[in-house]
Design a protein around this ligand. Structure first.
Ligand code: NOJ
Length: 568
């Protein structure tokens, strides 16, 4: 058995809690939390115009409470030309009128908080829309006082070593601006000019944006595209020390201005673990960061029926400073990114999961979880259970709790951003029946269509995926070990079985996963726990007492166990 990196601090104590607004707040709440990512536009339409909005979302909060999630992550809802689904922001401190008003937002936030749900929002600080007043002013004249809010050049020679991220659509990170006869820099779409963080005024403006939303009461931010804030010649323009300097300064200001409020900063940094680690600093930068490379490896391990990809990447993952936490996910609003794999692994993933090129986008696969799993409940459950028992906080993507499908024929990543399927009635219960057109077509194919896949029918069935996901959340919440414990792997002979131990103080939970489509037997060396009784956590059954000799388990195809090791 090998001991692997886990968060340095594993304890949970009441003494660590701070008082804010009369309540006891655990500053590390995000380590136990289950997150739920959703798009206001796609969740529920409350004003009958075919577009989701804050009124609709507020009316549906009880579904989220019932599901058992702790924190909502809202995709961008600010005024925007929506050429990158809202990641092209035209006004940081307002609500897109299509989604409601600031009062609607405040009501939503109050109702969410009243139900014990936290809310984090998007902070897109690397770039704005080219329709943002800053950029409109900046390009109007080379002498504009806002010119220096963006990155300009007379040639395309600078920063040549920076890769192109949206490689299917963009040919260069420079675009020529006819109006001011110069090139501007952008790491994403050409309509998303990068802000210039070498200009201290930009940081002041972004801090103003953060304060605005924190003062509304949001519990933190998912911070978009953090590696690209600063450019320097002769570098990849990613992860530069100056970028870390900007981020540390923002964290310092949050801590100073909101002491004891337990606000969380979550980094989107699609990098190798050793390159993401610096975004935690010494506990003075981000509280959380997504672990991107583990995600494709979960899909890979399942297809290969081999645990190696998962163990390798977790072994390569450095430990985090106290309070640090990984964010883990299977799917989100973007393509299933294959940036953090080798070319051979990428080809394998494309071959296995996206043979039809229409399902591919940039370096990834634009599909939801259930279609990727051929709608096989056993595989969906196994991957979700692994997500919930690895070392981090799990993120669910809206609709995946009911096994929603996708539409690969829709442009960009829109095929995984379709309206939530609430019922089998007209408009899938997403919008009132009299609404004739929705912001996007519903999924209505025979397998994944809303007539068969929807919340209402699954709520009424104890055997539905929704009921299973709820049970999974309940079991995870019995203990802090999943959010805060260390992880160590076992390496039994049978490499189709992936087994790890989560430990926190005196508590040990053994997780055993069968990655194979066939039944498997495994012999585990559990001598360290001789005398303990494994208690299966979903049903409470007692398994045979562990002896000094090897422990034999038989596993159903794609089966898994979570055992509490009880020393009786
Ligand atoms: C990452 C977001 O997840 C993605 O949807 C967006 O297109 C880019 N950042 C650019 O903002």
């Amino acid at each position: 058995m090998r001991r692997l990196a886990g968060p340095a601090e594993t304890g949970y104590s009441l003494a660590a809690c701070v008082r804010a607004g009369g309540f006891l707040v655990d500053p590390e709440w995000y380590r136990d939390a289950v997150f739920y990512e959703l798009h206001v536009r796609a969740f529920a339409d409350g004003n009958a115009d075919g577009v989701g909005d804050f009124l609709g979302l507020t009316e549906r909060l009880d579904h989220l409470v019932d599901l058992g999630v702790d924190c909502l992550w809202l995709l961008p809802f600010y005024p925007s030309p929506r050429r990158d689904d809202g990641y092209d922001i035209a006004d940081y401190c307002a609500i897109d009128p299509a989604f409601g008003t600031l009062d609607d937002f405040r009501l939503f936030l109050a109702e969410a908080h009243a139900r014990g749900l936290r809310v984090i929002t998007e902070l897109v600080l690397n770039h704005t829309s080219d329709q943002h007043p800053w950029f409109i002013a900046a390009r109007a004249s080379r002498d504009s006082p806002l010119r220096d809010f963006y990155v300009w050049s007379d040639t395309t020679e600078r920063y040549r070593d920076a890769r192109i991220i949206f490689c299917d659509t963009e040919k260069s990170n420079w675009t020529f601006d006819e109006a001011s006869q110069a090139y501007y820099w952008h790491r994403f779409y050409a309509h998303q000019p990068d802000l210039n963080f070498d200009n201290p005024k930009v940081l002041e403006e972004i801090w103003g944006v953060m304060r605005f939303w924190l003062d509304q009461g949001v519990d933190g931010f998912r911070v978009d595209a953090v590696p690209y804030l600063i450019e320097r010649d002769g570098t990849s323009c990613e992860n530069l020390p100056e970028t870390h300097g900007v981020l540390k300064e923002l964290r310092r200001r949050v801590d100073t201005a909101y002491p004891g409020h337990a606000k969380v900063l979550l980094a989107e940094s699609n990098m190798w673990p050793e390159d993401v680690r610096p975004y935690f600093g010494d506990g003075d930068e981000f509280h959380m960061a997504f672990h991107f490379p583990i995600m494709p490896r979960m899909f890979m391990a399942l297809r290969l029926e081999d645990r190696k990809p998962i163990i390798d990447i977790i072994e390569r993952t450095p430990s985090l400073p106290p309070g640090g936490q990984w964010g883990l996910f299977l799917r989100n609003h973007d393509e299933l990114t294959l940036e953090m794999v080798t070319q051979i692994e990428r080809d394998y993933m494309w071959d296995e999961y996206a043979r039809d090129p229409i399902a591919r986008l940039n370096l990834g696969i634009r599909r939801r979880l259930a279609p990727l799993m051929d709608n096989d409940r056993r595989r969906i459950e196994l991957l979700t259970a692994m997500l919930f028992s690895l070392n981090g906080s799990p993120f669910l993507y809206y609709g995946d709790e009911i096994g929603m499908g996708d539409d690969v024929t829709r442009g960009d990543r829109n095929g995984v951003r379709t309206p939530m399927q609430w019922s089998s009635r007209r408009n899938a219960g997403f919008a009132p029946a009299e609404v004739t057109s929705l912001f996007a077509p519903l999924i209505d194919d025979p397998v994944f269509g809303f007539a068969s896949v929807n919340v209402e029918s699954q709520r009424g069935s104890t055997s539905s995926l929704l009921s299973w996901v709820k049970a999974l959340l309940r079991v995870r919440k019995q203990t802090h070990v999943f959010g805060r414990g260390t992880i160590r792997f076992f390496t039994p002979k049978n490499h189709r079985v992936l087994c790890w131990l989560r430990s926190l103080d005196a508590e040990d939970v053994l997780v055993v996963n069968n990655l194979a489509a066939t039944a498997q037997a495994v012999e585990l060396d559990l001598a360290d726990f001789a005398g303990a009784v494994p208690v299966e956590m979903f049903g409470g059954s007692l398994f045979p007492r562990i002896k000094a000799t090897s422990y034999m388990l038989t596993m159903a195809p794609y089966g898994f166990y979570w055992f509490r090791l009880r020393r009786i």
